[in-house]
Design a protein around this ligand. Structure first.
Ligand SMILES: C[S@@+](CC[C@H](N)C(=O)[O-])C[C@H]1O[C@@H](n2cnc3c(N)ncnc32)[C@H](O)[C@@H]1O
Length: 182
């Protein structure tokens, strides 16, 4: 679904922030042969696993150790920033810093794509999300439970923030948000 959202218009340069083991980087590389992709993660051990997964795609994939709140990427240099299941690991101040960094590295009119926990759709989903909060922490997940992430994205320099999809899961409600840099 994220790769589909990204296909129109086709970007030239994409950054996956908090790329983890490189699953999305590999999927995008497969679907979009012309795109240059940077995968950034704060954990070098995870990046080593990602490197194995994406080795087949060669030089158009770059994996770099770095923090979402301090991206090792030049200003105004990419078309799309992707963040999947990263924001809910960050406290409120760091979430804002990470979104501001996404805005900094995007070209004017570039897109942000966030897939992360949203406001639970019903009481059952809220109960499931409470279990996730016990594991991942209440401080970092509070804004997600309250449905505040779209407003936060807007406040950090994006417009046309929309929900492109929403899915109930065993841990709560996942949502896909997109926005355009102002
Ligand atoms: C739940 S995993 C998600 C991985 C991948 N995006 C996915 O959807 O499969 C969260 C990832 O974010 C990374 N991470 C957490 N905080 C970070 C930060 N401040 N800067 C960069 N990466 C971070 C972790 O190392 C981990 O790989």
């Amino acid at each position: 679904m994220i790769a589909e959202v990204l296909s129109d218009p086709q970007p030239h340069a994409v950054v996956d922030v908090g790329a983890g083991t490189g699953t999305f980087v590999a999927e995008l590389a497969e679907r979009a042969p012309g795109v240059k992709i940077s995968g950034i993660d704060g954990d070098p051990a995870i990046l080593a696993r990602a490197a194995e997964k994406v080795a087949q795609f060669g030089a158009r994939i770059e994996l770099r150790e770095g923090l979402a709140q301090q991206l090792p990427i030049a200003e105004d240099s990419v078309d799309v920033v992707v963040m999947t299941l990263v924001l809910h690991h960050l406290d409120g101040v760091t979430k804002r810093a990470a979104l501001a960094e996404a805005r900094r590295v995007l070209r004017p009119g570039g897109r942000i794509v966030v897939a992360d926990w949203g406001k639970p759709v019903d009481r059952f989903s809220r109960g499931l999300f409470f279990l996730l909060q016990l594991l991942d922490g209440f401080d970092t997940t509070r804004a997600h439970a309250a449905g505040e992430i779209p407003q936060l994205i807007e406040a950090c320099g994006f417009e046309n923030v929309k929900r492109a999809g929403r899915w109930p899961t065993a841990w709560g409600t996942l949502e896909l948000l997109t926005g355009t840099s102002r």
